[in-house]
Every structure is written in C-alpha cells, then in structure tokens.
Design a binder for this molecule. Structure first.
Ligand SMILES: Cc1cc2nc3c(=O)[nH]c(=O)nc-3n(C[C@H](O)[C@H](O)[C@H](O)COP(=O)(O)OP(=O)(O)OC[C@H]3O[C@@H](n4cnc5c(N)ncnc54)[C@H](O)[C@@H]3O)c2cc1C
Length: 431
C-alpha cells in the first residue's frame, strides 16, 4: 500500500485505536479516525473499563500464542505502566457444571507445557491453597483450579488513553463526537469511498476500516449474523482506603461458574466485579437477515439485572463475605461482537473494494490492544486475509450457538426487563 493513501477508521475502541497506532507507526501518514463518543476513552467502547484480564490461557492454543506475544508487548515502554502482573486464580466452585470444568482444563492445557509457564502454575485444591495466593480472602471457597503467576490485568481506560496520545503524536487525526451514519460507495456500488456522519460531513478515503465493535451491523447490515452483539454485566463496589489497601496485590480471581474480580483500582478504590453470564442479546427486526432479527446494543446500558446482582453477591460471599451486601455502583452492560466460533473477523468485505471489517472480538480482544493493529496492517498490505479462521464467513450465524467457554444460557434483554437495577436503586435501598 502507498504510505500516503487515505485511510479512514470508523470507531476508536480497542480495534480501531490499535489499527490507527500500528498504521501510523509503520509510516502511514493519512490516517483519520471517526468516533461517536464525545470524550475519550469512548464511553461506548467495550475497552473503556477500569481493568481487563491479561492472560495467555485459551481453549485454543492459536490464541494462547497470540496472547503471549501481546503479553510481551504489554511490557514495552508504551504499555508497561498499565500492565499489572498480579497473577490469575482460575477455579471452579463446588457446584460448577461440567462445561465449566472442561473449559478450565482446556485453558490450562494450552499453557502448561510451554516454557514461559515453568514454575508459574500452582494447583489449587482447597481454601488454604487459595489463601496462600490471596490471604485477604476469607470466604468458604471450596474451589478447584490453579494459580498462574504469569498473568494479570491492564488498566484498560488508561492504556487506551496512552494509545490515543501516541496516535496523535504520530500524526493520526481523531474526530470525536462524529457518529457514522452510513458508508458511501461509487456510482457502480462496488467501491467504498468513505463514510457520512450524522452531521452531514462526508469523509472520503481509499480504504475504510470498520471497527465499530458490537454496533457494526447497524452500519454494515450485510454482515448479518456473522456477529451478534452480546452484553455482559459489570458492577463495582466502593471500598474505603483501608479496605482497598488490604486487597492490594490480590490476583485476578475468576471462578468460571460464578464470575471474576480484580485488585481494587488505585484511583477510585473501586472493586470491579463481573458475574458469570453467557451474555445478553438485544434483538431487533432488520430486513438484512432472513429471520428479520439482528442483535445490536441498546442505547441505555446503565443497569444490571437482579440475577446478575445476586451472582455478584454469591461471588463475594465465597471470597470476601464482609463486602457481600454493599451497594453496587457503576452498573452497566458492556457490549461485544460474538462470532459463532469466537474467531475474530479481519477481512475485506466481499464485493466492496476498499472496505475492511475488523470485528468479532467475542469478548476476548482487549489483551491484544498492543498487537492486533499489526494483523490489520498485514491484511491491508497483502490485499487479502491469509488466515482462514479470520476470513469473512458468508452465511455463518452466531445466533443460538452454544459457545464452549461461556457458562450459562444466553438470554435476551427482553427476558430480564423486569429485573433491571440501576445505581439509584441501590442508593434508595440504602436510604
Ligand atoms: C464486561 C467485559 C469484560 C471484558 N473483559 C475482557 C478481559 O478481561 N480481557 C480481554 O482481553 N477482553 C475483555 N473484554 C473484551 C474487550 O473489551 C473487547 O474484545 C474489545 O474492547 C472489543 O473492541 P472493539 O474495538 O471491537 O469494540 P469497542 O472497543 O466497543 O469499539 C467500538 C467503537 O466504535 C464506536 N462506534 C460505534 N458506533 C459508531 C458510529 N456509528 N460511529 C462512530 N463510532 C461508533 C464506539 O463508540 C466504540 O468506541 C471484555 C468485554 C466486556 C464487555
């Protein structure tokens, strides 16, 4: 590709930012990014979060390899301030379903023989084993699994801000508060010429890259249900400075069948918790699909369902019972783009010259922030996707697929609309 070629990236979330960064770093001089959110990190980005798990274990060794490359990159100067190698406690509770046990075993198998993990993995079979790596935990914890000391978490929002600043320094133009309304095409309809915003500004480019996360199908309905928007609940509890200090250095703690949480955030002293949940869908009628239904994120996401709140409290009762009844704050549902096989999609859109999709994060892409833009650059420069698994898969349908690593049953938001709990509810309950 000509290094002066005009490249337009739609969406400044995890994929969009990393792509802009890698292109600019490689010498591309005409890179523009359009982002809907008015502030950065984008409030709508799945990556805009206190923290995300950085670990190499995967059911599929292909991704374990990629994650290890990314972990090396998390130790490079730009990223290392945001990476915290606290270790990763991955277990199943006593009542875990078989599926959850199989998933854990596959994850362990993907790393246990690798030289990077020599002396890094310790089996966990009892409460005492857990207290050896997390002495502050004093719940019953009849869990089994392992502790991996070569893993941890990233401060996600801060890492995104660092990449944003690096992009600006490298000459990338990023327009916030710029919502893409539609793509534009040549008269013949087979060449993408750029995008139109809701404000009526037309941005033209020789290559347009769609990194719109869970919202992609609203702009590219022909992707149909190769990806479906899936939402995961997140909530926090506010700790006192003393409580936060007591939990300093705890590993990322994940009971596959209950949920996970992280070391408290240093700035806010909040403990972020995600209950185990196979994900919510939010289906809409859309003419692009034969069934007439597409799942897209709703506009209101600042809640969790009562069942998720109950799951969070179960997880706390198991580990930190004194905190189990504390009000939840910062409740929200965070949206990703799931594929049927949890593979990313990084490819040219068939029949549309100059149009590339980078999607299908399937809720496991943040850890790749330092590296994934390089895979997009490869595809642009080669003019095709050589990795079969990341190709556009016409006809593939992610709806209703039982994802091996997602524990539980996918539910549509409609089914939990009577269970919605917002932050104010907690305040009222406290009053
Ligand atoms: C609860 C939760 C926990 C997670 N935990 C982890 C973890 O521990 N480790 C890990 O590796 N991954 C994790 N992930 C997954 C990770 O966050 C995602 O894989 C990743 O952020 C997806 O990146 P993306 O660029 O595809 O989407 P996003 O980051 O969501 O970016 C899409 C961007 O497009 C913008 N946009 C949308 N529509 C428009 C429009 N019309 N015009 C302009 N801009 C638009 C949005 O504002 C957004 O900024 C988690 C995800 C969730 C939801």
């Amino acid at each position: 590709m000509d290094k002066q070629a005009s490249i337009l990236i739609l969406g400044a979330g995890t994929f969009g930012l990393s792509t802009a960064y890698h292109l600019a770093k490689a010498g591309y001089t005409n890179v523009t990014v359009l982002e809907k959110s008015a502030t950065f990190p984008p409030e709508l980005s799945a990556g805009n979060d206190l923290n995300k798990i950085i670990r190499a274990e995967y059911e599929d060794p292909f991704y374990a390899e990629l994650a290890l490359e990314a972990m090396n990159a998390w130790k490079s100067p730009l990223f290392t301030p945001y990476y915290h190698e606290t270790g990763y406690l991955l277990c199943n509770s006593a009542g875990a379903p078989e599926k959850s046990k199989i998933s854990l075993q596959k994850s362990l198998d993907s790393i246990r023989q690798r030289p990077e993990f020599e002396n890094k993995i310790t089996p966990v079979n009892s409460r005492d084993d857990i207290r050896k790596v997390a002495p502050a935990f004093d719940g019953p914890m009849l869990w089994k699994g392992y502790f991996n000391s070569y893993a941890g978490y990233a401060h996600a929002a801060d890492a995104m801000t660092a990449v944003y600043s690096a992009c600006i320094a490298l000459g990338v133009t990023i327009h916030l508060n710029s919502t893409v309304q539609n793509l534009t095409y040549s008269d013949s309809g087979d060449i993408c010429t750029g995008a139109m915003t809701t404000k009526g500004t037309h941005y033209t480019a020789s290559t347009t890259i769609l990194t719109l996360g869970a919202s992609l199908a609203s702009i590219l309905p022909q992707i149909k249900r190769q990806i479906i928007a899936k939402g995961s609940p997140v909530a926090h509890i506010q700790l006192t400075p003393r409580e936060a200090a007591q939990l300093r250095g705890i590993p990322v703690t994940y009971a596959r069948d209950l949920g996970f949480f992280f070391e408290p955030d240093v700035r806010t002293q909040q403990l972020k918790l995600c209950p185990a949940n196979a994900g919510y869908t939010h289906y809409h009628h859309h003419h692009a699909t034969s069934s007439g239904l597409l799942s897209l994120p709703p506009s209101d996401n600042s809640f969790v369902a009562a069942r998720d709140e109950a799951a969070i409290r179960r997880l706390l009762r198991e580990t930190l019972p004194e905190l189990a009844e504390r009000p939840l704050v910062g409740r929200r549902v965070c949206w990703c783009a799931d594929t049927a096989d949890s593979e990313y999609v990084i490819d040219f859109v068939p029949g549309k010259k100059g149009l590339v999709v980078v999607t299908g994060d399937s809720a496991h892409a943040f850890k790749m922030l330092p590296t994934l833009g390089a895979w997009v650059r490869e595809v642009l420069e080669r003019g095709r996707q050589d990795r079969e698994r990341w190709r556009w898969k016409e006809g593939s349908d992610a709806a209703g697929v039982d994802i091996s690593w997602r524990v539980g049953k996918t539910t549509d938001l409609q089914e939990v609309r009577d269970e919605i709990r917002r932050d104010e509810d907690a305040v009222e309950a406290k009053l």
